[in-house]
Design a protein around this ligand. Structure first.
Ligand code: C2O
Ligand code: CU
Length: 462
């Protein structure tokens, strides 16, 4: 396994044999390039100017990267942004050195520099990628894309497979990305909530589908902080996977909540009438907004298909006994309308005022910056349970790197495998996972302003 930057590559090659300095002779140079750069996108309607964005390969979203379960995946990341960056492969149970966390698993990839990502893909499903450096700014500027891992044993039969990345932008009157990324009001409240919603970068995403067609929709919430409440009209079906991981049984699709970073794979049949539109609707306080429209054409089969089979399970280890599991607790505090007065920061107790002056408004277990010691120091293979209590006035979407977990219900039942869990105010959520992936892994709120503002800790598996 290699994690050398290309600069290092070239140096070591120069030091060995000049004959090998053919571009195709190094793995890094033969890997396809993923290029972060500035670009322009038509996010807003045509009577507005194009929006200047930062995008992978210059577009919003970045390219849909497709690979097959069990394969290795390689990309040479090239950073042509004016800021240092990295790529985090969200939800993939990846080797630690490839996790893309600047300052923890790799150094920042400076402007003009490159980094070779090269890792195995153990699981099929819907994953995504985004930077892990100044994420609250870089994602708000458009840096994200989907990573789709196809099932090794044949994908289930559907007529159409659509990846729908749902985002929320804060745009100015001339459709440019609003500055103010470090706005403490956003950070202490619900995060940077936007004023313009797109699907795959379009304000009016649409396509046509035959009546009775079965679609696999891969829904991803790529917003900084907005929680989407989705409903389907003229489409009926099942949720078959959450956060990439297949459900044991497909669940009938009703309203679907997606916290930032969460995904859902749904199988839906077009049940609306020919000539009508089927819709994906985002439920907001003031009503429902269609965010994706399917114009319904002539049916190609007389009736819709039957109940789908469950997707083949991914090789995630089963939890060990919960009563003897390694336990930890996480108290989440701070933010506007919370009771937190002070927290530890840089080894000193600071008032919330002094903390805010340095950009921290939240704390985990009384600490507003990353602790030197991990929240959990687990032995390889141990089952870990973490009870997280949201003692704030805001919802949070907690994400664990490198592992999927299950929520332990109050009655002891286990929820589906997930990598991000939405926690309402006042709620305690206990998660359990098998610590089978060695390394240091972040556990943080995926509302990106909250993460930057103090909601970040880590777990060590050794
Ligand atoms: Cu989507 Cu720490 O990541
Ligand atoms: Cu949060």
């Amino acid at each position: 396994m290699t994690r050398l930057s290309r600069r290092h590559f070239q140096q070591s090659l120069l030091a060995t044999a000049a004959a090998t300095i053919l571009p195709s002779a190094t793995k890094g140079q033969s890997a396809p390039v993923l290029h972060a750069r500035q670009g322009a996108a038509r996010l807003a309607p045509s009577d507005y100017p194009e929006t200047q964005i930062w995008g992978y390969d210059g577009s919003v979203p970045g390219p849909v990267l497709r690979a097959r379960q069990g394969e290795r995946f390689t990309r040479l990341f090239r950073n042509d942004l004016p800021q240092a960056s990295s790529v985090h492969w969200h939800g993939i149970r990846i080797e630690n050195a490839m996790d893309g966390v600047v300052g923890m698993t790799q150094p920042a990839v400076e402007p003009g520099a490159e980094f070779l990502y090269d890792f195995a893909l153990p699981d099929a499903g819907t994953y995504w990628y985004h930077p892990h450096n100044r994420t609250y700014e870089q994602m708000a500027r458009g840096l994200y894309g989907a990573l789709i891992v196809e099932e090794a044993d044949g994908a289930p039969v559907v007529d159409l497979d659509e990846v729908l990345l749902i985002d929320d932008w804060r745009l100015t009157d001339d459709a440019q990305i609003a500055e103010g990324f470090g706005n403490m009001h956003d950070w202490a409240h619900g995060g940077r909530i936007g004023n313009w919603i797109t699907v795959n970068g379009a304000g009016n995403w649409a396509r046509s589908v035959p009546r009775h067609a079965r679609m696999r929709l891969r829904l991803v919430n790529t917003a900084n902080a907005r929680i989407f409440q989705l409903e389907a009209r003229g489409l009926e079906g099942w949720v078959v996977a959450l956060d990439g991981m297949p459900l044991d049984e497909p669940q009938p699709l009703r309203e679907l909540t997606l916290a930032p970073a969460q995904r859902a794979d749904v199988f839906v049949d077009v049940t609306g009438e020919t000539g009508m539109e089927a819709l994906l609707v985002s439920i907001e306080r003031d009503g429902g907004y269609a965010i994706a429209a399917f114009s319904i054409g002539e049916a190609r089969r007389p009736t819709r298909l039957g109940v789908p089979d469950a997707l083949p399970p991914n090789p995630v280890p089963a939890l060990g006994p919960l009563d003897t599991a390694h336990r930890a607790e996480l108290l989440m505090e701070g933010g506007a309308m919370g009771g937190m007065r002070s927290a530890m920061m840089g080894g000193e107790m600071k008032s919330i005022r002094d903390m805010a002056a340095e950009g921290k408004v939240w704390a985990f277990n009384g600490m507003a910056d990353m602790s030197d010691a991990p929240l959990v120091d687990a032995a390889l293979g141990e089952t870990v349970r973490i009870a997280m209590t949201n003692d704030t006035a805001w919802p949070h979407g907690m994400h664990l790197h490198g592992h999927h977990f299950r929520q332990i219900g109050s009655d002891g039942t286990l929820g589906p495998l997930r990598d991000t869990v939405l926690m309402n105010r006042g709620e305690t959520v206990e998660i359990a996972f098998v610590a089978d992936n060695p390394g240091d892994w972040l556990l943080h709120c995926h509302m990106l302003e909250h993460a930057a503002g103090g909601m970040m800790t880590w777990v060590r598996v050794s």
